[in-house]
Design a protein around this ligand. Sequence first.
Ligand code: WTA
Length: 622
Amino acid sequence: MPDIFFPSDAIKNQAHITEDEYNRLYAESLGDPEAFWDRVARTELEWFSPWEMVLDWQYPQYKWFVGGKLNITHNCLDRHVNGINKYKKAFIHIDEEGVETSVTYMELLERVNRCANALRSLGVAKGDRVVLYMPLVIEQVVVMLACARIGAVHSVVFAGLSDKALRERIVDSEAKVVITANWTKRRGKKIDLKGVVGRATEGLDTVQSIVVLVRDGDACELHTKEVNFDDIVAKQSAVCVPVPMDSEDPLFVLYTSGSTGKPKGIVHTTGGYSVYTHYTTKIVFDLKDNDTYWCTADPGWITGHSYVVYGPLSIGATSLLVEGAPDYPKPDRWWEIIAKYHVNIFYTSPTAIRLLRKHGEQYVSPHDLSSLRVLGTVGEPISEEVWGWFYERIGKGRCVLIDTWWQTETGGHMIVSLPSLPQKPGIAGRPFFGIEADVVDVQGTRLRDGEKGLLVIRKPWPSALRTCWNDEERFEQYWSEIKGVYCAGDLAIRDSDGYIKIIGRSDDVINISGHRIGTAEAESAIGTHPAVAEVAVIAKSHEIKGQAIKAFVVLKSGHSESDQLRNEIKLQVKSEIGSYAVPEEVVFVPTLPKTRSGKIMRRVLRAQESGEDVGDLSTIED
Ligand code: WTA
């Protein structure tokens, strides 16, 4: 396969940003980031009142658009309803059976307003936290926007996390209200979400109400604190004036795994996040007015926040929301949807592509995928082989394939291959405007092209995380691990054209199907099983998921290894965290390799797993 692909003239000539413009604007954006973002923020969004200062950087804290007032829902909804997009479809929802429901910008605004008024009727005010544990339905977006409308801080928890993981997040964020649905469906099976929320909130006085979306008019018994979503929303007025938010007022908290056992609540604020997600959606996807856009992520993760909800709505796009698995009820479900809805921009993950590729060519070829123009991936490195398949078989060699590297913490795309620039398979691309990315050693010294090192960002950007909820110290670690710069926790290599290839995590975080899970988190989940004395987990490579967990378990005396115990340990992880974190393999060992000071040497386990030399063992205890 060639190591570089050039976009077609048709794509290049129509792109919002040409290659020359990228080079010029990128240089400008680094030379004077404040002037650059000032211009973008003024021309792209509507503000209730302007800012006095673009960036106030008092290391390690930073504020963007200081003193500016806006409401992200005004830019996502009212602005379009007041303009030509009033009757344009905002979302088309497709459920597992293929049943379609859609909503226009005007209808969405009314629904958001009613929901915002309903939240107020439950006592939710600006600054209060609301936790969502919902399926991928239009109401999930409505609730997120309703929170933003009144200044409440939403914290969306992916509806596949266990009751314990949900409880941990509700407790940490001190949520006043939790919103859920009676069920979601996965591969034809109904999953009881309300039951999970019931267990997660048992005895929690901080939670005042639980709002339940009762789907399909099913019978649903409501307990104390529980209220019916439709009932409370129906009573409300369809008018709700958006609360003027300060640029730096928090918009949401989203929990993600780090290298300690406890997930951290990443806090994003209003102004910078609005500007950055709007602008990256427009430029990176090259979104045009008539496009149909589909990002397959769930709003339970950052990709859903930035590129299902806020970015596309701010642009005024028509997006698909597709509930359920990519290959259920049929392996060609996604290709059928692209053909039926004439999707132009399709953004997904390498793990989904690997899954669909495995089903075989015969599921792709019958479908007319000629509407596609831009393909995108996110979440983990994409191998050249998978890149090639996506480019040739789905894009038919006509589309651009953009890789996008970013994180929950970064809020938006950081390293990308813009549609008008040459693409290099398996290499994420070049930094977005204003992003001064570099590859350095542990001391922070810049490495030469081609050398592997730590990926850092030298200056704050508008959608950078502002803090970790109730944990300023963990926030400061991002900017102090290598003094003065943001350390992403990824390993990367820069080539002589300034393209950056992402190798993988540099810390103890495993990437399973694009989802982050800390080894410490998995180990503490396994450690809760009564038979487990000690445990160490490492990543092993997995054909579909990219990485999976392999657990080495030392049993307490009196217990002996068995398949039943192995299954119990897997179930323990499911109930502590969620099914995505369940170890692929559990092996029982008599001891773990440790240093003389008692630290587990995962490096030795990893080397053994990959058949590499285990290296220097002089510090090992036994
Ligand atoms: C990894 C997801 C290679 C990376 C938006 C990062 C990637 C972590 C890519 C963040 C990519 C994300 N190429 N690796 N295009 N995108 N990653 O917070 O290790 O769920 O640090 O955000 O995923 O995961 P998160």
